[in-house]
Structures are given as structure tokens and as C-alpha cells.
Design a protein around this ligand. Structure first.
Ligand code: HEC
Ligand code: HEC
Ligand code: HEC
Ligand code: HEC
Ligand code: HEC
Ligand code: HEC
Ligand code: HEC
Length: 412
């Protein structure tokens, strides 16, 4: 009798564990490699379907992805799949359904490595391959503007180099997580080894919004609560906290890292993660590279200093902005610069109606990055990597070019 009662008691006591066990099986097949405080983007779709469905098509979410033919811009047709160095070449080849970069010298194959991970989207792609648990950058990148393969930025210009080991840093800005293995397992050839199964490609929701498992659990149990719990709302952040949320990745790669930005969450201070000269006020915008330094460049603009703007004033990061034209951005400018506010463009009388379509080419011109330039096939010149400056200001040269174009097409 007694043993039956004990069995019954044991079964009753086990119920909560059984429920937890099964609910975990249902919610996620595999626990989040970042730990149980993270829920993973896939869980957000249940309650934020609109945001999720749009977000997965953005440059952020696809910034790193498995390299395959369907998601790659790079061209494998025989007419355009070869990059020539002096005396050697690299050919992009399909072998047994996989994609490879193969280097040849004097017609003989020297090295072949597989495309495993693609980085980048709008302008260029660069690729990594796995060798054991180490990651290396492939020698060839793809530059969309020229529809051509280029030597990867910063690589030796005389021959194909397959030996550039990649650490965690690229992933901190282009992915959601990767975990290095203990340093003891590394060697001189492969200074950083990774736990392959920990890699979460793409920039997911929790990179910006912070760990959200508590938020998900709470709202799953209390569907009637309509006010956000256990998550920082954007509106509750100070402006500098809002800026830091983007500056984690949009303030460049200079400056010593104090701890990994994988653990950054909204309301944290970026200066606790990296040494950053980021006063939001005085910087030398002429010396600041356009690549990646949007936060500092914007902060040094009069628009920023004399208004309350932040990155979200002009960007909706939940939607792909690839299709946006400059006229739509110009509407944002005009919302602050118009006749009622008495700070419209001085050139308005000269340019007339056309002005409203393009504030951007004159006041945020695309400038060449000093840190990135790529070399084209056959010893071609280094081609510039153009990025829009976020130091909004008066650029006489850019303005003249736009005016010339307007004249040329009789638009003025
Ligand atoms: C079970 C439902 C549920 C799930 C799952 C869920 N949320 Fe929410 N979330 C809510 C509710 C309810 C609100 C409050 C109403 C609103 O803003 O939509 C909210 C609001 C938010 C807000 C808005 C805060 C603001 O600025 O107003 C963010 C950010 C957010 N959720 C992020 C996430 C992320 C990231 C995930 C996935 C990891 C997620 N949510 C999953 C229910 C959910
Ligand atoms: C985890 C790092 C990270 C964070 C945080 C981040 N970004 Fe980005 N962002 C990137 C990377 C990397 C790219 C380049 C993506 C690509 O083309 O592969 C990018 C691209 C962009 C682009 C260009 C998109 C396009 O379609 O070409 C905009 C605009 C942008 N980010 C704005 C923001 C804003 C605004 C915030 C803050 C709300 C933010 N980002 C937060 C890493 C980040
Ligand atoms: C690059 C950074 C970034 C990423 C990634 C991101 N968000 Fe947001 N999210 C923001 C910002 C910035 C705001 C505030 C926008 C505003 O108020 O102007 C916001 C607002 C929200 C809100 C409240 C307002 C709204 O639009 O409903 C929800 C809910 C939300 N995000 C959910 C998500 C979910 C779910 C994902 C992933 C599918 C995600 N976010 C990915 C930056 C991001
Ligand atoms: C501090 C953050 C950061 C780090 C670290 C970083 N990137 Fe980026 N990367 C960005 C941002 C932001 C952009 C897009 C905007 C820009 O150029 O300013 C970008 C752009 C790119 C692009 C072109 C994307 C496009 O627009 O098509 C590629 C390719 C790329 N990065 C690869 C890498 C690789 C490979 C590494 C490591 C060697 C790396 N990045 C390290 C932030 C970073
Ligand atoms: C949130 C409001 C706001 C938005 C949006 C905004 N600005 Fe401004 N801008 C200002 C303020 C305030 C000033 C400083 C006072 C002034 O000149 O009226 C300013 C100054 C300027 C200046 C003078 C810069 C200098 O160095 O003398 C230019 C040019 C300018 N803005 C262009 C633009 C363009 C182009 C856009 C869109 C890409 C834009 N602004 C978006 C508020 C804004
Ligand atoms: C006053 C409006 C405005 C604000 C504020 C603003 N941006 Fe932009 N941003 C633009 C415009 C306009 C473009 C160019 C879009 C295009 O060429 O299609 C752009 C482009 C970008 C790009 C792509 C650059 C390139 O050339 O590849 C990134 C990345 C970016 N913004 C990030 C940010 C970040 C991060 C912040 C906050 C620090 C920010 N932006 C604030 C107007 C703005
Ligand atoms: C053809 C290039 C061009 C276009 C297009 C253009 N601007 Fe300008 N803008 C200039 C130049 C050049 C100046 C400086 C004029 C001067 O000081 O005489 C200027 C001056 C300004 C100023 C400073 C005014 C002041 O009081 O000092 C603002 C603000 C401004 N522009 C905003 C805008 C906005 C907003 C748009 C889009 C609606 C725009 N601009 C379109 C070239 C342009």
C-alpha cells in the first residue's frame, strides 16, 4: 500500500518537470548556445509576426549566411569565374555540388578551399572556410558594382593567400554568436578555434533588443498583458543609450576591446565594452573613415547637435531599405528643414522643385573608405569602396557635381 502511495507521490511531483521538459522540446529543438536567457529569433514570430517577416529580408539578418549558390551574388559562369595574378590565378569552381576557390600556378592546382560562410550583402561579399575548427578568409571577394571577383581587401596583391585566420571580431558585428574554444587547443597556425555548433549566423533580434527569454516566457503565460515586460523599450532609453545600441557595430573597429559586445544589451554603456573616443560632439570628421563609423560622424553633425535625432529618425531597421530611394530619405530632411522652420536649403531658389528629391547626394555624399579598397583581376587598380558619410554638412564639390548633373539632364 505504502509503496503504491510513494509511487503516486513521485509521479505527481514529477509532473512539473515533465511539463518543463516537453515545453522546452516544443519551443526550441536545441537550446540557444548563448545560454538560457536568450530565446532565439524564431520564437519572436509568434507575437511579432509583421516585424519578423520583414526583418528576415534585411541586410542585418542576412549579413552572414551559409555560402551556397542561391544566396550568393558571386558568379560561377566560366566567362567570369577567374581572377588573374601575375603568373597565377584563382578559379571559382563547382565540384560535386559544392563551391570552391581553387588556385593554380603554371596550370597546376595549388590549393582548393570550399566556400562555407558568406559575409556582406549590399555592396560586396567576402567568404570564410572552415579548416578543422579554425576559420580562414578566402582570397577572393565579390564586388557587386563591378560584377566581378576581386582580391579580398588588404590581401597580398601578388598571389592568392589562403592563410588569413579569422577571430571572433568579424562575427561580433556580422552575426549573433560564436564561441571560441579554450586557448589551450589553439596553435600558431590557428590562433583561434571555435565551437562550430555555437555559431548563430545573421544579426538576430536579441543583438539589438537584448536577451529576451524572460519576455517570451512571461507573455506566453500571460497573453492578456499588452504592455511589454522584461524587455527595454526603445522609448525608455536616453539618446546616448539609443546611439550606443547601433554604435556597438557602427563605430568602427578601432579601439581596444574590453569585453565581447556579444553580451551588450540596450541601456549598457558601450564604453564599458570598448575604448571609444565618442564624445557625441567634437571629432575630426575629415579624418574619420566613412566605413563603419556612422555613429561618430552623425554625432559631429549640426543636425545631431541641435536636434534630438538618432539613427531611428531616418532608418527603420526592421525593413529592408535596399529599395528606398533618396527622395524618401529627403522627406526626413524636409521634416526638419522647411519654410516654416526657416532653415531650408539656401539653394532652394536656384534649384527649385528638384531639390526635394535629393538632399542626400549634396549633404551626405558617398566617400571613399581609406581602410577598404580592393584590387581587380589582372593587376587592375585598387577600386574605391564608397560609403555615405554620416557627417551631414555642406560639401561644395559634391554640390557642384549634382548641379552639373541637373544641368546635363535639363532638370533644373
Ligand atoms: C508570447 C508573445 C510574445 C513573444 C513570443 C515575444 N513578444 Fe515581444 N512583446 C509582446 C507583447 C505583448 C509586447 C507589448 C506590445 C507590443 O509592443 O507589441 C511586446 C513588445 C516587445 C518589444 C517592444 C518594446 C517597445 O519598444 O515598445 C520588443 C522590443 C519585443 N517585444 C521584442 C521581442 C523579441 C526580440 C522577441 C523574441 C525573442 C519577442 N519580443 C517575443 C509579446 C511577445
Ligand atoms: C550586431 C551589429 C550591428 C548592430 C547592433 C547594428 N548594425 Fe547596422 N549593420 C551591421 C552590419 C554588419 C551591416 C552590413 C550588413 C551587410 O551588408 O552585410 C549593417 C548595415 C546597416 C545599414 C545598411 C542597410 C542596407 O540595407 O544596406 C543600416 C541603415 C544600418 N545598419 C543601421 C543600423 C541602425 C540604425 C542600428 C541601431 C538601431 C544598427 N544598424 C545596429 C551591424 C550592426
Ligand atoms: C538592428 C537593431 C534591431 C534589430 C536587429 C531588431 N530591432 Fe526591433 N527595434 C529596433 C529599434 C531601433 C526599435 C525602435 C524603433 C522606433 O521606436 O523608432 C525597435 C522596436 C521594436 C518593437 C516595438 C515597435 C514596433 O515596431 O513594433 C518590437 C516589437 C521589436 N522591435 C521587435 C523586434 C523583433 C521581433 C526583431 C527580430 C525579428 C527585432 N525587433 C530586431 C532595433 C532592432
Ligand atoms: C566593428 C564592427 C565590424 C567589424 C569588426 C567588421 N565589420 Fe564588416 N561591416 C561593418 C559595417 C557596419 C558594414 C557596413 C557599413 C559600412 O561599410 O560602413 C560592414 C561591411 C562589410 C562588408 C560589405 C557589406 C556590404 O555592404 O555589402 C563585408 C564583406 C564585411 N563587412 C566583412 C567583414 C569581415 C570579413 C570582417 C572581419 C575581418 C568584418 N567585416 C569586420 C561592421 C564591421
Ligand atoms: C530632427 C531634425 C533634423 C533632421 C531630420 C535633419 N536635420 Fe539638418 N539640421 C537640423 C538642425 C537643428 C540643424 C542646425 C541648425 C540649422 O542649421 O538650422 C541642422 C543643420 C543642417 C545643415 C547645416 C550644416 C552645417 O554644417 O552648416 C545641413 C546642410 C543640414 N542640416 C542638412 C540636412 C539633411 C540633408 C538632412 C537629411 C539627410 C537633415 N539635415 C536632416 C535638424 C535636422
Ligand atoms: C538624417 C538621416 C539619417 C540618420 C539620422 C542616419 N542615417 Fe544612415 N543613412 C541615411 C541615408 C540618406 C543613407 C543613404 C541611403 C542610400 O544611399 O540608399 C544612409 C545609409 C546608411 C548606411 C549604409 C551606408 C552605405 O553607404 O553603405 C548605414 C550603415 C547607416 N546609414 C547607418 C546609420 C546609423 C548607424 C545611424 C545612427 C548613428 C544612421 N545611419 C543615422 C540617412 C540617415
Ligand atoms: C545641389 C546640391 C544641393 C542640394 C540638392 C541640396 N543642398 Fe542644401 N546646400 C547646398 C549648398 C552648396 C549649401 C550652402 C549654400 C551657401 O552657403 O550659400 C547648402 C545649404 C544648406 C543648409 C544650410 C542653410 C544655412 O542656413 O546655412 C541646409 C540646412 C540645407 N542646405 C539643407 C538641405 C536640404 C534639407 C535639402 C533637400 C531638401 C538640400 N539642402 C538640398 C547644396 C545642396
Amino acid at each position: 500500500m505504502k509503496s503504491k502511495r510513494n509511487l503516486f507521490l513521485a509521479l505527481v511531483l514529477a509532473i512539473p518537470f515533465v511539463i518543463i521538459f516537453f515545453s522546452q522540446c516544443l519551443t526550441s529543438a536545441k537550446p540557444d548556445p548563448r545560454g538560457e536567457i536568450f530565446a532565439g529569433s524564431a520564437t519572436c514570430v509568434k507575437c511579432h509576426k509583421d516585424v519578423y517577416d520583414n526583418y528576415i529580408h534585411t541586410a542585418h539578418f542576412t549579413s552572414t549566411r551559409p555560402a551556397d549558390e542561391n544566396t550568393m551574388y558571386g558568379d560561377f559562369h566560366t566567362s567570369s569565374n577567374t581572377f588573374y595574378f601575375k603568373g597565377s590565378k584563382v578559379v571559382m569552381e563547382k565540384r560535386n555540388g559544392d563551391l570552391y576557390q581553387v588556385s593554380y600556378k603554371n596550370g597546376k592546382e595549388v590549393e582548393a578551399q570550399k566556400f562555407d560562410i558568406t559575409f556582406g550583402n549590399t555592396k560586396a561579399e567576402s567568404y570564410l572556410y572552415w579548416k578543422g575548427d579554425g576559420l580562414f578568409q578566402l582570397p577572393m571577394s565579390y564586388f557587386k558594382k563591378f560584377h566581378s571577383w576581386t582580391n579580398s581587401p588588404g590581401f597580398d596583391t601578388t598571389h592568392a593567400n589562403f592563410n588569413r585566420g579569422i577571430g571572433r571580431r568579424c562575427f561580433e558585428c556580422h552575426a549573433s554568436y560564436i564561441k571560441p574554444l579554450p586557448a589551450a587547443t589553439a596553435s600558431l597556425d590557428q590562433p583561434v578555434l571555435f565551437d562550430k555548433s555555437s555559431l548563430i549566423m545573421g544579426i538576430d533580434c536579441e543583438r539589438c533588443h537584448g536577451p529576451a527569454a524572460d519576455h517570451v516566457n512571461f507573455h506566453t503565460i500571460y497573453p492578456e498583458v499588452k504592455e511589454a515586460k522584461y524587455i527595454k523599450t526603445y522609448a525608455s532609453l536616453t539618446r546616448s543609450q539609443k546611439m550606443d545600441m547601433c554604435a556597438t557595430c557602427h563605430s568602427g573597429n578601432a579601439g581596444h576591446m574590453l569585453k565581447s559586445i556579444f553580451t551588450f544589451k540596450p541601456s549598457d554603456r558601450l564604453s564599458d565594452f570598448k575604448e571609444i573616443t565618442f564624445t557625441h560632439q567634437v571629432i575630426d570628421s575629415a579624418k574619420m573613415d566613412v566605413h563603419g563609423n556612422q555613429a561618430q560622424l552623425l554625432s559631429s553633425s549640426k543636425c545631431f547637435i541641435y536636434s534630438k535625432m538618432d539613427c531611428a529618425t531616418c532608418h527603420n531597421v526592421h525593413k529592408s531599405e535596399k529599395q528606398l530611394n533618396l527622395a524618401i530619405y529627403s522627406q526626413k530632411c524636409i521634416s526638419c528643414h522647411n519654410t516654416t522652420t526657416h532653415n531650408e536649403c539656401k539653394l532652394t531658389p536656384q534649384i527649385g522643385g528638384m531639390i526635394k528629391n535629393n538632399c542626400v547626394d549634396c549633404h551626405m555624399p558617398a566617400r571613399s573608405s581609406h581602410v577598404i579598397s580592393v584590387q581587380t583581376s589582372g593587376g587592375g587598380n585598387a577600386v574605391p569602396y564608397l560609403v555615405r558619410t554620416h557627417h551631414i554638412a555642406i560639401y561644395k564639390d559634391a554640390a557642384q557635381e549634382v548641379k552639373n548633373d541637373l544641368k546635363k539632364y535639363n532638370l533644373q
